[in-house]
Design a protein around this ligand. Structure first.
Ligand SMILES: *Cc1c(COP(=O)(O)O)cnc(C)c1O
Length: 412
């Protein structure tokens, strides 16, 4: 049976809010509308109870103490608070000077990590951007090789949002603890999908977001370790002193309640869901790569998220491929910048060529993805790629055994 169209396979970009989450949020728009900062009446206390419960639900999912959870507007804000807040707190020299401290991150991090790091470079910090392996991984040894006497902060994402590869996070955390550097991880694609224990995983600071784990948009959290070591941050936003002074502003009670509920559901269901999605993803990959030559799955074959795949198709033009599959929502290996279509910097950092990067698809499955949808998608991709290749003279030459990389093109 043909599935209902369009099909959504872009869960790494955002997820639908689970109806159970919406239901939990509803009373907090109306009856329970108080400001949790209102300490002297029952309206405030009721709202505060909702926030307290959510803080416990979030903490339980990641093995933290509720006091270690700071609510934010999402992972972008959490990353900014973690990276800039730690750099300012642990700076070795005052503002205006250079050599204020060394930071290690990676080339294929999310922009919400890279851009705060670039800002800090302008403000006198040194930043090393590690190049991932061809498999997309950042290992403990890569971080160790980049460590300096003055390294104050390491920020490495847990799972990559474009290729789903999983970095050596507990090992990198242990290294940082040995060397006295603060360790932050952007775990936006990881939390809620994979078991997490901030204590045994050696995390000091961890960012994540509601809308990537079936909660609402505009709410997220930052885990801030309180013991061994006690991590301190300079607040970026000042005002009413909410969230222990780290994030002033009236709390987004409805969003926070939704994030809490979303975390509770993930804690209960993620193991079964991961297994189900892993099988579907494998089916999709096997079907597509079995039917089509010159395809490659980007990133490490095993050290990757269960629900996400990134496939490059040789001899097809990326834009045409997206057009031919437009009833399926997926991401392409191109990013629209203002003027042009740029190949993904993440794929580039793995050494994927521009052409292949453009003709790549990121497909991310989710809670309501069905087997029918996956079958339909695989068939549609196969059909589209075959059609496009039929029109490609380069593909003909490739099939005739001509190595097209060796052709010297004549200018006329
Ligand atoms: C989506 C995403 C972000 C940004 O999260 P927002 O909550 O939308 O600000 C940051 N990092 C990664 C890895 C992401 O996937």
């Amino acid at each position: 049976m043909a599935p209902k169209l369009p099909i959504y396979l872009d869960h790494a970009a955002t997820t639908r809010t689970d109806p159970r989450v919406v239901e939990a949020m509803m009373p907090y728009f109306t009856e329970v509308f108080g400001n949790p900062g209102s300490r002297n009446h029952s309206f405030g206390w009721a709202a505060e109870d909702g926030v307290d419960k959510a803080r416990e639900q979030v903490a339980a999912l990641i093995g933290a103490d509720p006091k270690e959870v700071v609510f934010t507007s999402g992972a972008t804000e959490s990353n900014n608070l973690a990276i800039k807040g730690a750099a300012m707190m642990y700076a070795k020299k005052p503002a205006g000077e250079t050599g204020r401290g060394h930071i290690i991150t990676a080339m294929h991090e999310h922009k919400a990590v890279l851009d705060p790091c670039k800002r800090l470079q302008k403000e006198g910090f040194d930043v090393t951007y590690l190049e991932p392996g061809k498999d997309g991984l950042i290992t403990r040894d890569m971080v160790e090789a980049a460590m300096r006497e003055d390294t104050i902060l390491v920020s490495i994402m847990w799972a990559n949002n474009e290729i789903g590869t999983i970095n050596e996070i507990p090992e990198i955390g242990a290294l940082c603890h040995d060397r006295g550097a603060i360790f932050h991880t952007d775990a936006t694609q990881w939390v809620g999908k994979m078991p997490t224990d901030v204590k045994t995983d050696n995390i000091d600071l961890m960012s994540f977001s509601g809308h990537k784990l079936y909660g609402p948009k505009g709410v997220g959290a930052l885990f801030v370790r309180r013991r061994r070591p006690r991590v301190r941050l300079t607040a970026l936003q000042e005002g009413g002193g909410q969230e222990r002074g780290l994030r002033s502003g009236t709390l987004n009670v409805t969003g926070i309640v939704g994030l809490g509920k979303a975390c509770e559901i993930c804690a209960q269901e993620m193991d079964a869901e991961r297994e189900r999605l892993f099988k579907l993803r494998r089916k999709l990959e096997d079907k597509v790569t079995g039917a089509l030559s010159v395809t490659q799955i980007n990133g490490h074959p095993d050290k990757r998220l269960a629900h996400l795949t990134n496939i490059s198709f040789g001899f097809v033009e990326g834009e045409s491929l997206m057009m031919a599959t437009k009833e399926i929502a997926m991401s392409s290996g191109s990013a629209c910048t203002s003027a042009s279509l740029e190949p993904s910097y993440v794929l580039k950092s793995l050494g994927v060529g521009d052409d292949l990067a453009h003709s790549s698809l990121r497909i991310s499955l989710g809670r309501w993805t069905t087997e029918e949808e996956v079958e339909y998608t695989a068939d549609k991709i196969i059909e589209a790629v075959k059609k496009l290749r039929d029109l490609s003279p380069l593909y003909d030459m490739h099939n005739e055994g001509i190595d097209i990389t060796k052709i010297v093109w004549q200018a006329h």
